[in-house]
Design a protein around this ligand. Structure first.
Ligand code: AMP
Length: 147
């Protein structure tokens, strides 16, 4: 098997996302691969809690969510030494956007967590499951436990 050249970390900023980020970073170092990071602001957000922002009732929710996500993405990128041109902040369906960005940027490995916000009760979260079934490249689901 050839070395991976371009790894895409899909991050939801949920509680276990640091473990997923660390695994993606370790793999990028091991394979001397480029590391990109994607976060998708769900077009139907349920809560803003993961972005750490208090949103006043009458504010433009979308703008605020994007701004909060941008800040968190920039912080993570700084920590992992990922340049700006390899950061993807998208809006829409996480599964669809992750697969699209991976395809358009010749990603050969996508790293996701086994679950996140949507999948606490499932073995594999809905986004992880969707990416695994529809991506054109390898997908690593980092096993996350809730204990
Ligand atoms: P879930 O489907 O919510 O259980 O999430 C499973 C995994 O998919 C997470 O651990 C992330 O790696 C990825 N993921 C979920 N939601 C997003 C999102 N909005 N943006 C980027 N990655 C996500």
């Amino acid at each position: 098997m050839e070395n991976y050249k371009h790894i895409l970390l899909a991050v939801d900023f949920y509680e276990h996302s640091e473990a997923v980020a660390n695994r993606a970073n370790d793999l990028a170092i091991k394979y001397q691969a480029k590391l990109s990071i994607i976060h998708v602001v769900d077009s139907m957000p349920i809560t803003d809690a993961t972005y750490g922002a208090d949103i006043p009732f009458n504010m433009d929710l979308t703008t605020e969510l994007m701004a909060g996500a941008k800040t968190r993405l920039a912080k993570l990128a700084e920590k992992l030494y990922v340049p700006k041109d390899r950061l993807w902040l998208e809006m829409g369906s996480p599964k669809i956007e992750i697969i699209r960005v991976a395809k358009e940027n010749k990603v050969d490995l996508i790293v996701v967590g086994s679950h996140g916000r949507h999948g606490l009760a499932l073995i594999l979260g809905s986004t992880a499951n969707g990416v695994l079934h529809h991506a054109n490249c390898d997908v690593l689901a980092v096993r996350l436990r809730d204990d």
